[in-house]
Design a protein around this ligand. Structure first.
Ligand code: ASC
Length: 151
């Protein structure tokens, strides 16, 4: 019994101390995960962009659903940037993600602060408001890509 309790305690400690990489079976999975979240986010952000830039007819419902997806997706990629995934797959991640973690995190948080505003703007059904929120969100995307993503 004592051994069992001890093992359970050890397992708990290990789980708490485990690097986030333990959430992925292999490094490539972490890369695929973050790229997938970015891809879905980019797809829906692109739909909003097309409307904001007059390349697609404004459809408030599409804008609202897409902005909600963007807001949800914007929370996800960061967990995929674990140690040991600096290279691999077809990653465009710059090494600075791991050497300037505070700055990277700050950028992530800026995006996550912006996307709910995009979702709120989309809900108003006001194209002008959507355009403003789209620009601000695109800025947040770009700022991070400029510093942390290879071309
Ligand atoms: C997009 C998309 C990005 C951002 C960025 C903003 O639609 O896929 O990565 O906007 O281009 O400047």
């Amino acid at each position: 019994m004592k051994t069992l309790a001890c093992m359970a305690a050890a397992a708990t400690l290990l789980a708490l101390a485990s690097p986030a990489s333990a959430q992925f079976a292999k490094p490539e999975d972490a890369i695929k995960y973050r790229q997938s979240a970015m891809f879905v986010m980019g797809t829906h952000f692109g739909r909003i962009g097309a409307m904001a830039n007059g390349k697609a007819p404004y459809d408030a419902k599409v804008a609202e659903t897409s902005a909600a997806v963007v807001a949800d997706m914007s929370k996800l990629p960061w967990a995929g940037f674990v140690a040991g995934t600096e290279t691999g797959g077809n990653t465009k991640a710059k090494p600075e993600i791991w050497t300037e973690q505070a700055k990277f995190k700050e950028n992530n948080e800026k995006l996550m602060a912006q996307t709910p505003k995009l979702a709120a703007a989309a809900k108003t059904g006001d194209l002008a408001a959507l355009k403003i929120a789209f620009s601000a969100t695109a800025e947040a995307c770009k700022a991070c890509h400029d510093d942390f993503r290879n071309k």
